[in-house]
Design a protein around this ligand. Structure first.
Ligand code: FE
Ligand code: FE
Ligand code: ZN
Length: 282
């Protein structure tokens, strides 16, 4: 069965997110660990987490994804900003110890004209420092659209970061369909080749999750503007191919499309229909 959900607001807590997910036909979900622009995280509510965990178990919710604030920049020029990224991620990962099985996704960062080599070094340095703390959560680098000096546009860049991390056993990648398409990978006409390239450069065993977003812009546009599934330049047939692909279909899928809960519910139902191979064999 397809594991699919969407990004939910964490304002009302974990149990509320679990209930919301079930209400829209999801069996996983993604949430921001704190305000997406950074800032203080709310006090951990252990009662809410305990209630969520038994609810999740009962309703088959698994492989949820925590998303780091997108303003964190592990490869900033300013040392204070890099330290802030490290401190925030440590705080997030400390909290995630209470949610076993969740993964933690982050945007690698922007090298702000210091060059990709410096970017790669700062990001891997931070991951090495994080590893010293022994957190149990798997950390995912998100594939990016390559806006400005954004890192993680190419599979090679992600591979270079992973290579510099001494213990990369709990390091993976989250592939965002809008980002890779905007980054120049033609998942519309050459999905198999893109997957093969990912496998050759990074290794498919590193691919732990996917963000499903259509794109407002064209292949290689480097824009990163999400669109509803089937209403952008990626289009429905490509999403059908993704959720049915033998090398991808086991992954957890997360929608980050411009939708309210009703819209997400419809997209989840539609993608479940498309993924259901049994309906073909007539
Ligand atoms: Fe993201
Ligand atoms: Fe994403
Ligand atoms: Zn995006």
């Amino acid at each position: 069965m397809l594991r699919i959900g969407c990004h939910l607001s964490s304002a009302k807590g974990f149990l509320a997110m679990g209930q919301e997910a079930v209400g829209i036909g999801a069996n996983t979900f993604q949430f921001f660990t704190r305000n997406p622009r950074g800032g203080r995280a709310k006090e951990l509510n252990l009662e809410d987490i305990a209630a969520y965990r038994s609810y999740a178990e009962e309703h088959g919710i698994a492989q949820i994804l925590a998303h780091a604030p997108y303003t964190l920049n592990a490869c900033a020029r300013d040392e204070g900003l890099r330290q802030f990224a490290y401190d925030t991620m440590c705080d997030d990962l400390g909290r995630l110890e209470y949610l076993p099985g969740a993964a933690y996704n982050f945007h690698p960062g922007s090298h702000v004209k210091q060059g990709t080599e410096t970017g790669i070094r700062y990001i891997s340095d931070m991951l090495n420092r994080i590893n010293e703390n022994g957190y149990g959560t798997t950390i995912l680098l998100e594939t990016m659209a390559g806006k400005g000096t954004e890192m993680g546009r190419s599979f090679e860049e992600l591979r270079a970061i992973i290579d510099e991390v001494e213990d990369s056993s709990r390091l993976g990648v989250c592939m965002d369909t809008c980002h890779v398409f905007d980054g120049g990978y033609d998942i519309v006409n050459h999905l198999d080749q893109v997957i093969e390239e990912f496998d050759r450069v990074i290794g498919l065993e590193r691919l732990k999750a996917m963000h499903l977003n259509d794109s407002l812009n064209g292949l290689g546009s480097h824009k990163d503007r999400h669109e509803k599934i089937g209403e952008g330049n990626i289009g429905l047939p490509a999403f059908e191919a993704v959720v049915r692909h033998p090398k991808l279909k086991h992954l957890p899928f997360f929608l980050e499309t411009p939708n309210d809960l009703e819209g997400y519910k419809r997209e989840i139902a539609m993608l479940r229909r498309l993924a259901d191979v049994s309906k073909d064999s007539v």
